[in-house]
Ligand binder design. Sequence first.
Ligand code: FNR
Length: 195
Amino acid sequence: SVFKIAGICGSLRKDSFNKKLLLRTQQLCSEHIKGATIEIIDWSQVPIYNQDLESNPPQSVLDFKNSLADHDAIIISTPEYNYSIPGPLKNAIDWASRPVGDRGQVFAGKAVAIIGSGPGSGPGSSGSGRAQFVLRKSLVFLDMVPVNKPLITITDAGHAFNEDGSLVNKHFENNIIKVLQNLVKLGKQLKIDPE
Ligand code: FNR
């Protein structure tokens, strides 16, 4: 059967570099990873979290949770906002992790890969690496198992893509393929009983 990966972009921006990276990753998956697909999940309608809404969650939240539940693994392409992850992405993860009765059910026991990019190219530009570090912490708490290497931290994102959406630096393309191979391998091995 097909190994289904949910693709999540941490940015809602139309011309997002991280969306470009996720789309290229999706293409590399279909070209290089036999038996696996990436479906990009639209979570843009998830509202601001309020625990008062939890007992009767909005349909957009149920749809988001259902689509995560329907996948074997997750890949997240995130920008860095103020050395952390974007508030909207954290908000969506918080929603999907609730209520506590089925806490993390859509996350627990699944493999996850985190990738990202940023436009900065000077000293201190992390290519979203610091955000990836923060995101990993929450996902590990939700009992996900991350692919640790290779790192996909793409700096100078404004110059990183060719017109056709491929990456100028083939080293990154090869490493994205390795991340996907590791994600599928890891995901197929996991036999964790969720809490
Ligand atoms: C940023 N940006 C940014 N970049 C970075 O490398 N480190 C950072 O801490 C921040 N902080 C930050 C905060 C906020 C509120 C915004 C809006 C932006 C710049 C960011 O990397 C840039 O806007 C990217 O283009 C965002 O990713 P997408 O939308 O292109 O995927």
